[in-house]
Design a binder for this molecule. Structure first.
Ligand SMILES: *Cc1c(COP(=O)(O)O)cnc(C)c1O
Length: 343
């Protein structure tokens, strides 16, 4: 079933097809009405994920945008503020949901080249207790961020600083499994220091839909109310939770293959004159190219059954539906195009 059209799709790790085994597991999943907390498969997923990452409780939701928003709304109230990177998904790519729906003010802070937020900036943006200011409640980090792994020492220092100053900490861990596998550490180690974590099951892990929010029992109880209000209360959701459970059980360690494939692909493309290629840390990297090449390259790649978000700053992403042969085919296609292309 998967990849039957033989296209190579490098736009995102969200484009994966559920495998036949995953589909079989979904079809066989026992289900119930999750709004009554009756769905045994959802409950299993939540418990399994909580244990895997070292938290008291978990909450399954339709998307990572929703688990992030639930977390922000659970940590912060009206007139509170969260510190967040300018490049962070929660700030930049979630429609301003925290402000729109949560009455939470974001305090965006420049990300450093490695994706971190400088400790001095965190310190400097924490506001004094003063009626003029929003109340700074939360530090939100993202790992991986743009494919970059936050150094463990940094994560430790940033979360300790936040806690010492009375803030809570949230991790947008959409791709935290990539970060853990890359560093050869456990998922528990990778999320140590955070009061809550959002994990996407539908990215490199290969589930068709869903994210889990992890936190204390109290935070998740609060989160359940927001999830219902946001329209995320689902019924026989075990059918999709089963895919997420399967993904967590089987598809974490194999992320190393995606990292290897990204490294090989980046090395192959770096050989081509006119391209500037970043060295990937995980499964995402960027290729800079002349703007005039973009339109013809996109068309050429499409002719080779390769899909990519081609632009002057092209993001390429490997995932479980991209194998080693696909990497070679992609390098060959880029080489063929740039051999003949002149501005
Ligand atoms: C994909 C993603 C999310 C959540 O996105 P959804 O499409 O809503 O599931 C959150 N953070 C990051 C960093 C992401 O890449």
């Amino acid at each position: 079933m998967s990849n039957s059209d033989n296209w190579i799709d490098l736009r995102s790790d969200t484009v994966t097809q559920p495998s036949d085994t995953m589909r079989a597991v979904m079809a066989a999943a026992p289900v119930g009405d999750d709004v009554y907390a009756d769905d045994p498969t959802v409950n299993r997923l939540q418990d399994y994920a909580a244990d895997l990452f070292g938290f008291e409780a978990g909450l399954f939701a339709p998307s990572g945008t929703q688990t992030n928003l639930i977390a922000l709304m659970s940590h912060c109230g009206r007139g509170d503020e969260y510190l967040v990177g300018q490049e962070a998904h929660t700030y930049k790519y979630e429609g301003g949901g925290a402000a729109v729906l949560g009455s939470i003010q974001p305090q965006p802070i420049a990300n450093q080249p490695d994706g971190s937020i400088a400790l001095a900036d965190i310190e400097g943006y924490i506001k004094a207790d003063d009626i003029h200011f929003a109340r700074t409640r939360l530090l939100a980090l993202e790992n991986t961020i743009g494919g970059r792994v936050l150094p463990q020492e940094y994560v430790k220092a940033a979360t300790a600083l936040a806690h010492a100053r009375g803030l809570n900490t949230h991790l947008d861990g959409a791709r935290i499994c990539n970060a853990a596998v890359k560093q050869g550490i456990s998922l528990r180690q990778a999320v140590a220091g955070f009061d809550s974590v959002s994990v996407c099951l539908s990215k490199g892990l290969g589930a068709p839909v869903g994210s889990v929010l992890l936190g204390s029992k109290a935070l998740i109880e609060q989160g359940k109310r927001w999830r219902k209000m946001l329209g995320g209360g689902m019924r026989q959701a075990g059918i999709i939770a089963a895919a997420g459970l399967y993904a967590l059980e089987h598809n974490v360690q194999r992320l190393a293959e995606d990292h290897d494939n990204a490294a090989r692909l980046s090395r192959g493309l770096a050989d081509i004159d006119g391209l500037t290629v970043t060295a990937p840390q995980t499964n995402i990297f960027y290729v800079d190219m002349p703007a005039a090449a973009c339109e013809p390259l996109r068309a050429f790649l499409a002719g080779q059954r390769i899909r990519a978000s081609v632009g002057p700053h092209t993001r390429l992403v490997t995932h479980l539906d991209v194998n080693a042969d696909d990497v070679e085919r992609t390098i060959a296609a880029f080489k063929a195009f740039f051999k003949d292309w002149r501005a």
